[in-house]
Design a protein around this ligand. Structure first.
Ligand SMILES: NC(=O)c1ccc[n+]([C@@H]2O[C@H](COP(=O)([O-])OP(=O)(O)OC[C@H]3O[C@@H](n4cnc5c(N)ncnc54)[C@H](OP(=O)(O)O)[C@@H]3O)[C@@H](O)[C@H]2O)c1
Length: 301
C-alpha cells in the first residue's frame, strides 16, 4: 500500500506520447507525490509492461467506452490526466465528456486535459477543424461540470508535435502535405516530453494561480518548411523524410477532415501561442534543432 499522503491520479494515454511523458516526468522527481494509475486497453503490450515495473505505477485495464469501470479500480482518485482519441471526433467528444463525468463522480479534484492551441482566440474559438472543435467542447464541458463539484482544471494547449516527423509513411506524408502550403509556410511545434513536464507541474502545483482553472498553450519553435528542412539536413546529414507531391495531395484529399482542413487553417489562421513569451515561462521548451539532437530518432547517442 502506498503511504497515505500519496494522491492517486489516473493517467490516460499512459502508453502514448503525452501520458507517457507525464509519467516519466513525475517519476523523475525525487520525492514521490502521486500513486499513478496508468490506463491502457492492453496491459500485455510492451509499453504497458514497461510501465508496470516502475515505482508507484499501477497499470489498469480499461477503455474510454466504459469510464465508470475505469474509476471503479481506483480508491479515492484525486487527479485525472485526460487524453482523447480523435479517430472519430463525435466519439472523441462523447468519450471525453463521459470520462470527465466519471472522474468527477469518483471524487476527482483536479483534471488536466490536453487539448490543442486554437489560434489567437483559443478560449472562444472552436475553429473549423473537427478534432480541435471536439476538444474545445470537452474543455467547455469540464468548466461547467467542475463548477458543480468544486473541482479545478488545467487545460494544456500544445501545437503540432515534433514527433509527427518519423521516417515512415506517416512522417513522410506529414511533410508532403505541408509542402503543398509552400516552402515559406510556417507551423509551430512542441516536444511531447516537454508537454509531459508541464502536465506534471499542473498536478504538482494544481492550486497555484498559473494552473488553477487556467489554460496553458505550449510551443517550442515556429518554423517555415524551408527552415525545418535546412535544420534537419544540417543536424542529421540526411534528406528530410518526404514522399511524392502527388501522395501529399492524395492524403490531403482523402483525409480532408483529419488533415486537409487543418493544413488549410495553418495558412489562414495558424497556432496563436507566442513562442518567445512561452519560453520565458518554460525555458526548457525545445526548438526543432534541440529536439533533433536530444530526443528524435536521429539523435546521436
Ligand atoms: N500529433 C499532433 O501534432 C498533436 C498536436 C496537438 C494535439 N494532439 C492530440 O493528442 C492526442 C493524442 O495524444 P498522444 O499523441 O500523446 O497519444 P498517442 O501517442 O497517439 O497514444 C494514444 C493513447 O491513447 C490511448 N487510447 C486510445 N484509445 C483509447 C481508448 N478507447 N480507451 C483507453 N485508452 C485509449 C492509448 O492506450 P492503449 O493503446 O495502451 O490502450 C494510448 O496510450 C489526440 O487527441 C490528438 O488530437 C496531437
Amino acid at each position: 500500500m502506498p503511504p497515505p499522503s500519496l494522491r492517486r491520479i489516473l493517467v490516460s494515454g499512459a502508453t502514448g506520447k503525452q501520458g507517457g511523458a507525464l509519467i516519466a516526468s513525475l517519476l523523475s522527481h525525487s520525492t514521490p507525490t502521486f500513486e499513478i494509475y496508468a490506463l491502457t486497453r492492453n496491459p500485455k503490450s510492451r509499453s504497458a509492461q514497461a510501465l508496470s515495473s516502475k515505482p508507484n505505477v499501477k497499470v489498469i485495464q480499461g477503455d474510454f467506452s466504459n469510464p465508470s469501470a475505469i474509476f471503479a479500480q481506483i480508491p479515492k482518485p484525486w487527479g485525472f490526466f485526460s487524453v482523447t482519441n480523435p479517430i472519430n471526433v463525435a466519439r472523441e467528444e462523447a468519450q471525453g465528456k463521459a470520462m470527465t463525468a466519471a472522474a468527477l463522480a469518483a471524487g476527482v479534484q483536479h483534471i488536466v486535459f490536453t487539448a490543442t492551441d486554437r489560434g489567437i482566440n483559443s478560449d472562444e474559438d472552436a475553429t473549423v477543424i473537427p478534432h480541435f472543435a471536439s476538444k474545445f467542447r470537452i474543455e467547455r464541458d469540464i468548466i461547467a461540470k467542475s463548477r458543480e463539484t468544486g473541482a479545478t482544471y488545467t487545460f494544456l494547449r500544445p501545437v503540432a508535435f515534433y514527433e509527427n516527423l518519423t521516417d515512415d509513411f506517416l512522417g513522410k506524408g506529414f511533410v508532403s502535405v505541408w509542402r503543398i502550403n509552400g516552402d515559406e509556410s510556417r507551423i509551430k511545434f512542441v516536444s511531447t516530453k516537454d508537454i509531459g513536464k508541464v502536465a506534471a507541474e499542473a498536478f504538482l502545483k494544481a492550486g497555484e494561480e498559473r494552473y488553477k482553472n487556467k489554460a496553458v498553450a505550449l510551443a517550442g519553435d515556429d518554423v517555415s518548411l524551408k527552415e525545418f528542412q535546412q535544420i534537419f539536413e544540417e543536424e542529421t546529414g540526411k534528406k528530410l523524410p518526404e514522399t511524392f507531391g502527388v501522395v501529399g495531395k492524395g492524403l490531403r484529399w482523402a483525409l480532408h477532415e483529419q488533415l486537409g482542413i487543418m493544413f488549410t487553417w495553418f495558412t489562414t489562421d495558424g497556432f496563436g501561442v507566442d513562442v518567445r513569451e512561452n519560453k520565458k515561462q518554460y525555458p526548457f521548451l525545445k526548438d526543432f534543432r534541440e529536439w533533433l539532437r536530444t530526443e528524435s530518432a536521429w539523435r546521436k547517442e
